[in-house]
Structure formats: structure tokens, C-alpha cells
Design a binder for this molecule. Structure first.
Ligand code: NAP
Length: 328
């Protein structure tokens, strides 16, 4: 079995962000893409040779793992509590009814292992149904949902309802969807910490928060959000924002990668042509090479497959810089 064959891959940190391994076994090309988990929110830079582990993540102790095919190997970033979050996820906003259910099923079949939903999307039950029907085991799927800001004071009821709709007994990540407009930012964060500590979610984070708001949470509770999900894409690229999250140990998760991008942009189309991929694939790959979690949404099966098919090519440093420059 290819998946059980031990290999000595190396975490080269080639882009200063994550490593990539290609090899051939029994005539099949294999690929493993991985991050070296150094600490909370840490992403590998050049370091000593590592080995690929069974979970697709490089372990500093050099433990040997198993080969993964490109469909199962997923780059991950480490969150507190030794939780690994895939860098590639699937968005579900504005996906409703049977098309939402079909889209999530197609995404899981295509290899996505992070599904992003929210109480406000009104589709948690459809996401849950697709997860329950999937052949992918629950423990291999990273589920994110979000608490609407207006549910302040009803946090417990909201997470109970999300878990019931999703058909699971624990979330992987629960986010505060927007900073609350009433009530205190810090009190709400304390509530989330209590709920996380009670075991209903493995990790907690925020969405649409500024770095100043994150600083307030850290100063008052000593605990940083694991993740901040914000609008992100090449045109919004801001090195200081990336650095600011990194310094605080907060994983940056980008949303609306396509809506914020002109996919016909000549830089993107030129790079896409070079690699024989679509501009949308270039945008997804650009996030991943930056160590930013990306959650493209589509209800179109061919797009779902193609948007997630980003592990067969790599952007050069020059190409990354050219895409970064779209944000200036
Ligand atoms: P997006 O993923 O940037 O774009 C989705 C749109 O792009 C859809 O209209 C989709 O059409 C189209 N599309 C998908 N693949 C394409 C391709 N290869 N070529 C051309 N068009 C393509 O936008 P988003 O849904 O706003 O953001 C992604 C996810 O982030 C959401 O679904 C949600 O999970 C999350 N989000 C979070 C927040 C927040 O406040 N935290 C806000 C917004 C979004 P089809 O579906 O028709 O294929």
C-alpha cells in the first residue's frame, strides 16, 4: 500500500514558508506538502532536515511517517492544543439547499478537509448531512462555524444549536463572526474561553477583528484568538498585517479570495499560463504559500475540483512577489 510506505522526505522550507516533497513509488507520482509546526501559529522557515510524518506534518524530532498521495496530503498550520488546521478549506456562504449539500459532498470528495460555515449562513444542517454521508472520517475533517455578534448573551444556546445542526459533538474552531456591537469585547471572549474549556470546541477565534482589538483580548485575558478570519486576497495583501498576526501567534485565515480579486488581471493570467492552471488556482496557491488559510467557495463541481487542485505546481519567489505587488 502506497499510503503505508515510509519515506524520508525533507522539510526544506523552500519558500521560507512550507516544504514540498515529490517522489515516485510503484509508478505513481506522490506529493506531500507540509508545514513544520514550531509553535502556536508558527510556520516553518528554513531549518534542519525533517521527515514527513503520517499526518503530513514535519516533526522536529524527525519521526518517519508514511507517503501520502496528493489527494490526501494537506498542508496544515498548528493551533493551540496541538490542533492542526488545513491551509486549504471550503467556504459555504450563500450556498443553500440541495446545492450546499452537493457542494460540500463534492468538496470532501475533491480532497478539501476544512469546511467553513456559520450560524448566519443557515446551512449548518446541510453541511452536517454532507459530512455524515461522506466516507471521510469525522476526525479528518476540520469544522469551523461562527457565532453571530448579535447572539451575545446566548452563546451557549448558539453553540448547542450549531453542534446539533452539524451532527457532531465538538467543533474544531468556533469564531466570533464580527466584533460585537453591544456588550463588551473582552467579556464575550471570556465566554468563548469557558465554552472551549468545557470541550464543545477544540479551538476558538475571531473574524473581522483588527489587530488593536486582538491586542485588547490578549491584554485582558492573556489568551490570543487561535485564528482571525478576515477579507483577504492579492489586492488586499499587506505585509504588515501578515506580520502583525504572526507576531501575536494568530493564524490569518482569508475569506472572499475571488470576490476581492480580478481573475482576469494580467499578472495572474500570465502566471496561470506559465503553470497551465487557472488564475483562481494561482490565487489559492498564493495564499497557501504565504501560510494563509484560504476558503474558496463554489457550488459548481468543476470549479470545486479545480480550485482545490493546487498541489501539483509551485509559485516561484518572483511570482509570489509579483502577486504581492497587486496589493500595493
Ligand atoms: P469567494 O470564495 O471569493 O467567491 C465565491 C464566488 O466565486 C462564487 O460566486 C463562485 O461561484 C465564484 N467562483 C468560485 N470559483 C471560481 C472560479 N474558479 N472562477 C470564477 N469564479 C469562481 O467568496 P466568498 O464566498 O465570499 O468567500 C469564501 C468563504 O469565506 C465564504 O463562502 C465563507 O465561508 C467565508 N466568508 C466569511 C466571511 C466572514 O465575515 N467571516 C465573509 C465572507 C465570506 P459559484 O459558486 O457559482 O461557482
Amino acid at each position: 500500500m502506497l499510503d503505508d510506505e515510509p519515506v524520508a522526505g525533507r522539510c526544506r522550507g523552500r519558500w521560507g514558508r512550507f516544504g514540498h516533497w515529490f517522489g515516485r513509488a510503484s509508478g505513481v507520482t506522490l506529493a506531500a506538502v507540509f508545514l513544520q509546526p514550531v509553535g502556536h501559529g508558527d510556520i516553518v522557515r528554513d531549518g534542519p532536515p525533517q521527515r514527513i510524518a503520517a499526518d503530513g506534518v514535519c516533526h522536529p524530532d524527525g519521526r518517519v511517517g508514511k507517503v501520502m498521495t496528493s489527494s490526501t496530503a494537506q498542508p496544515t498550520v498548528k493551533l493551540p492544543g496541538d490542533v492542526r488546521m488545513p491551509l486549504l478549506g471550503f467556504g459555504t456562504w450563500q450556498a443553500h439547499g440541495e446545492s450546499a449539500h452537493r457542494a460540500v459532498s463534492a468538496a470532501l470528495d475533491a480532497g478539501y478537509r476544512l469546511i467553513d460555515t456559520a450560524t448566519a449562513y443557515g446551512n449548518e444542517d446541510l453541511v452536517g448531512r454532507a459530512i455524515a454521508e461522506s466516507a471521510v472520517p469525522r476526525e479528518d475533517i476540520f469544522i469551523t462555524t461562527k457565532l453571530p455578534a448579535e447572539r451575545v448573551g446566548r452563546e451557549q444556546r448558539t453553540i448547542d444549536e450549531s453542534l446539533r445542526m452539524l451532527g457532531v459533538d465538538q467543533l474544531d474552531l468556533w469564531l466570533i463572526h464580527w466584533p460585537p456591537t453591544r456588550g463588551d469585547l473582552v467579556d464575550l471572549w471570556r465566554r468563548l474561553i469557558e465554552i472551549r474549556d468545557a470541550g464543545q470546541t477544540r479551538t476558538i477565534g475571531v473574524s473581522n477583528y483588527s489587530l488593536a482589538q486582538i491586542d485588547e483580548l490578549i491584554a485582558e485575558t492573556g489568551e490570543a484568538p487561535a485564528v482571525n478570519q478576515i477579507k483577504w486576497g492579492p489586492r488586499l495583501y499587506d505585509k504588515a498585517e501578515v506580520q502583525g498576526h504572526h507576531e501575536r501567534g494568530v493564524v490569518l485565515e482569508g475569506y472572499s479570495p475571488f470576490k476581492t480579486t480580478r481573475l482576469g488581471d494580467k499578472t495572474l493570467t500570465r502566471i496561470a499560463e506559465t503553470h497551465g492552471v487557472s488564475p483562481a488556482q494561482v490565487v489559492v496557491r498564493w495564499h497557501i504559500q504565504h501560510g494563509v488559510v484560504v476558503i474558496p467557495k463554489s457550488v459548481t463541481p468543476a470549479r470545486i475540483r479545480s480550485n482545490g487542485d493546487v498541489f501539483g505546481f509551485e509559485l516561484t519567489d518572483e511570482e509570489m512577489a509579483a502577486i504581492d505587488a497587486l496589493g500595493h
